[in-house]
Design a protein around this ligand. Sequence first.
Ligand code: AHG
Ligand code: MN
Ligand code: MN
Ligand code: MN
Length: 333
Amino acid sequence: MKTLGEFIVEKQAEYPGATGELSGILSSIRLSAKIIHRDINRAGLTQDILGVSGDENIQGETQMKLDVFANETMKKALIARGEVAGFASEEDDTFVAFDTERGRNAKYVLLTDPLDGSSNIDVNVSVGTIFSIYKRISPVGTPVTLEDFLQPGRKQVAAGYVTYGSSTMLVYTTGNGVNGFTYDPSLGLFILSHPNMSMPKDGKYYSINEGQYVTFPMGVKKFIKYCQEDDLATKRPYSSRYIGSLVSDFHRNLLKGGIYIYPTSTVYPKGKLRLLYEGNPMAFLAEQAGGMATDGVNSVLDIIPTELHQRIPFFVGSTNMVEKAKAFLLEET
Ligand code: AHG
Ligand code: MN
Ligand code: MN
Ligand code: MN
């Protein structure tokens, strides 16, 4: 039985020059995950967690109390350890530079979707937390700048998510495979339960909000029809599964094989999901597990970001399914 703490120390030892900063950040995330897990688990018993906060975030989304709480939890846990130089979040208007002696001298920045799947909070359906870590570009010793956050996903040094599902799991990569840890609340420990996770090349699930069908581009409509056709060789029709939490839909497809799609639509002409907080970290995990992520055609990790809250169309999952969707999109352009 190996704990996440032991695993982090073991991995750090494999890099003789490592300063322990990345390990410290991962420990902050582990602590945040435990706090968010605790509060989600008793959400129905208190007025503090369920419901709307009364505010909107800068992207015009209604903020739930848990969105705000998870965001503050992450920020506080990171500030307390002083291992990151800056923080950017779906819930904040702009990035935060941790402008203290330690913050200015830290090497990394962290980006997060602190609470993914907001619409599921009040109805006891699983939600998640997503994080993405980069080495800063600006000189150590100065406050971080916007360019530190606008790096292509290929530059990520670590990324992962926590899924607060039937059990709570933390899944992450540092660019050397993907490992999953299940939380044992009685011990307060994450235990390595899913070493070297690998996404099947083919899958049997497709995950997309089909209620929005009429708003989708023709290539996506045709791909959906393809998923529904009868074909023995490719084991179609595939099953439709859509939780409405990217983290949970991705997690299922990672384990079982499948594709998650949030395309452009007449409602969301640029797509809905955020490149920096959702697209890049999930794309990094997908590729590290042998899967694939595109904006329909191009690799998500190669996109050069231009703004913090940038949205993208997102296709992620089993390689052969993502390739198939791409072929349908290309046919229509
Ligand atoms: P968030 O709760 O962080 O804003 O993200 C919600 C995202 C994603 O998790 C989910 O798959 C998708 O939005 C659901 O959107 P629809 O309700 O439009 O299907
Ligand atoms: Mn949101
Ligand atoms: Mn999200
Ligand atoms: Mn969110």
